[in-house]
Design a protein around this ligand. Structure first.
Ligand SMILES: Nc1ncnc2c1ncn2[C@@H]1O[C@H](COP(=O)(O)OP(=O)(O)OP(=O)(O)O)[C@@H](O)[C@H]1O
Ligand SMILES: [Mg+2]
Length: 465
C-alpha cells in the first residue's frame, strides 16, 4: 500500500527527518548540559566570593563603629542599612560572644547562605559579624541569569530543530524521492503492469545505479518474456503444417483413398523427418537463448576462433566446390568462445548453402578503428531479394528460393542475432541478388587484462538493402 506523503516526502523520508531532528536536539542538549555544569560552578563561586567580600566589608565597618567608643555606644545602624540594602541581615557579637546587634530579618533568613568574619581594631579582635543572605539578594541576579540561560537554550533548541528539519526535508527528498519512484515501479510490475519503468532516472551514486539496474532488468525480463511467447506461437505455427500433412496422409490411407505405396510412405516419412529436424532446431534455439543468459565472457582473439571454425568446415567447402579464403588479423574481444564459434559457423554454413559451386567465400577478422573489431563473411552466392532482407533474422523465416537450395529451419540468423546482441555487438547484412551477400559483425575491442569494457552494451541489429 502506498505510504502517506507529507511535504512531498514519504514514510521513509519522515523517519529520516525525525532522526535528523532527534540527533540535532540531542547534540544541543548535550552541549547545554556540558556548558551548564561549567557555568553553574563558576557563577556559584563568584557569588560566594562576593558574599564573603561583603561580609569582610561589614566587619571593617563594624570595627570602625566600635573604635574609640566600644560596643555600648557604637552606632551599628549604617552597617545594618548597608547589609539590608544588599538584601541580607546581620548579627554582631562582642569578643565574649555576647550579642551586640541583630537585624530584624536575621532570624527569618535562617537556612540561607551565611558568612562570618572577625571584627578587629588595630589587630585586636573585638567581636565577629555574621551576615545571612536572602535568596533575593545575589540570588536575584542569579535568577535573572538563569532565566536568560533557559531562554537561550530554548532558542538554540528551536533553531537547531528548524535547521535539522529543513536539512532533513531536503535530504529526504534527495534520498527517498528516487527510492519511492523505484518502489512504485516494483509495485506496478508486481501487480502486472509490465511496462512500468523509472523515468526519469534521478538520484546520485548507488541510487542511480539501483534505478538503472532495475530498468535494465525489467527490459531484459520483458524481452525474454516476449521471446518466450513469440517462440510458443511460432513453434505452434510451424508444426501445424507437417502434422496436418502426416495426419491427412495417414487418414487417406486408412480410408482407402490412397495406396500405402513406397512413394506415398516415403513422402510421409519426409514430413516426419522435417518434424524431427524442426524439434532438433528448436533445441538449438532454446540452447542458444539460454546461453545468452549465461555467457562466459573472457578476452579472446577473434581471429583464432574464426580460424578454428573455418578449419572445421573446410572439408564441406571442398566437397561443395567452393573456395574458402581467410584474412585474419589478431583482434581481442570479450566473448564466449563456443558461442562465438557457433555464430561464425552459422554464417559460414549460410554462405556454403546459398553459394553455387565454383563460387567463393571470404572470412575476414581484424580491428576496425580504435574501439571495434570486425568479422565479415562475404559470399558470391545467390543473394537475398530486397523484400526478404529485413526479415532474414526472424525466427523460422526462410527465403522463397531457400528450400530449393538447401535444408534449414530459418533459425540460424535468429541465433546469430541473439548471440551478437548479447556480446554487445552489431550485425549488418548487405546483399545483392545473384551477386552475393555480406554479413558484418562488429564487437567492442578489448585489451587483454584491461578491466574496462567488460560489460557488453547491447545494440540493435541494423539491416541494409
Ligand atoms: N548467405 C546467404 N545468401 C543468401 N541468402 C541467405 C544467406 N544467409 C541467409 N539467407 C537467407 O536468409 C534465410 C534465413 O537464414 P537462416 O540462417 O536464419 O535460416 P536457414 O539457413 O534457412 O536455416 P537454418 O540456419 O535454421 O539451418 C535463409 O533461408 C535465406 O533465405
Ligand atoms: Mg542458416
Amino acid at each position: 500500500m502506498p505510504s502517506r506523503r507529507i511535504l512531498g516526502i514519504g514514510e521513509l523520508g519522515m523517519r529520516l527527518a525525525a532522526t535528523f531532528v532527534g540527533v540535532a536536539l540531542a547534540a544541543v542538549l548535550a552541549m547545554v548540559i556540558a556548558a551548564n555544569t561549567i557555568i553553574t560552578t563558576d557563577v556559584g563561586d563568584l557569588v560566594k566570593d562576593q558574599q564573603g567580600d561583603l561580609t569582610t566589608a561589614a566587619a571593617i565597618a563594624a570595627g570602625a563603629a566600635y573604635e574609640h567608643v566600644g560596643w555600648q555606644r557604637a552606632d551599628l545602624s549604617p552597617v545594618s542599612d548597608f547589609i539590608s540594602g544588599e538584601g541580607a541581615a546581620t548579627r554582631v557579637c562582642g569578643a565574649s560572644g555576647r550579642v551586640i546587634f541583630t537585624s530584624p530579618a536575621f532570624g527569618a533568613y535562617r537556612g540561607q547562605p551565611q558568612f562570618t568574619s572577625p571584627i578587629s581594631v588595630h589587630g585586636r579582635p573585638v567581636g565577629r559579624i555574621t551576615v545571612r543572605f536572602s535568596s533575593g539578594s545575589f540570588g536575584n541576579s542569579i535568577n535573572l541569569f538563569e532565566m536568560q540561560r533557559v531562554r537561550a537554550i530554548l532558542i538554540a533548541l528551536v533553531i537547531a530543530a528548524a535547521i535539522a528539519l529543513g536539512a532533513s526535508i531536503v535530504m529526504a527528498r534527495v534520498i527517498t524521492g528516487p527510492l519511492d519512484a523505484t518502489l512504485a515501479v516494483i509495485r506496478a510490475r508486481a501487480s502486472g503492469y509490465r511496462r512500468a519503468r523509472i523515468r526519469p532516472v534521478r538520484g546520485v551514486g548507488v541510487l542511480r545505479e539501483l534505478q538503472e539496474g532495475l530498468n535494465a532488468a525489467a527490459d531484459r525480463l520483458d524481452r525474454l518474456e516476449r521471446l518466450r511467447s513469440d517462440l510458443v506461437a511460432d513453434v505452434a505455427h510451424e508444426l501445424r503444417t507437417p502434422i496436418a500433412i502426416v495426419q491427412a496422409g495417414h487418414e487417406a490411407m486408412l480410408d482407402g483413398l490412397t495406396e500405402p505405396t513406397a512413394e506415398n510412405l516415403s513422402s510421409l516419412r519426409d514430413e516426419v523427418l522435417r518434424l524431427s529436424r524442426m524439434v532438433e532446431d528448436l533445441q538449438r534455439l532454446s540452447a542458444a537463448e539460454s546461453a545468452v543468459l549465461q555467457l562466459k565472457l573472457v578476452p579472446e582473439d577473434l581471429a583464432v576462433i574464426a580460424d578454428d571454425a573455418a578449419s572445421r568446415m573446410a572439408d564441406r567447402f571442398d566437397v561443395a566446390g567452393l573456395r574458402l579464403e581467410r584474412r585474419l588479423t589478431q583482434a581481442h574481444v570479450m566473448c564466449d568462445r563456443d558461442r562465438m564459434r557457433e555464430v561464425i559457423t552459422n554464417l559460414l554454413t549460410n554462405a556454403l548453402k546459398f553459394t553455387p559451386a565454383e563460387g567463393s567465400v571470404l572470412l575476414e577478422v581484424g580491428p576496425c578503428g580504435q574501439h571495434e573489431v570486425r568479422l565479415r563473411v562475404t559470399d558470391t552466392g545467390v543473394g537475398i531479394p530486397p523484400e526478404e532482407l529485413p526479415r532474414v533474422a526472424e525466427r523460422f523465416f526462410r527465403g522463397e528460393g531457400s528450400a530449393a537450395m538447401a535444408t534449414g529451419s530459418g533459425i540460424g540468423l535468429t541465433i546469430v542475432t541473439e548471440l551478437v546482441q548479447a556480446h554487445g555487438g552489431e550485425l549488418t547484412i548487405t546483399s545483392e541478388q545473384h551477386k552475393g551477400t555480406k554479413v558484418t559483425i562488429t564487437l567492442p575491442l578489448t585489451h587483454p587484462g584491461h578491466p574496462d569494457d567488460r560489460r557488453p552494451h547491447s545494440r540493435t541489429v541494423i539491416m541494409h538493402a
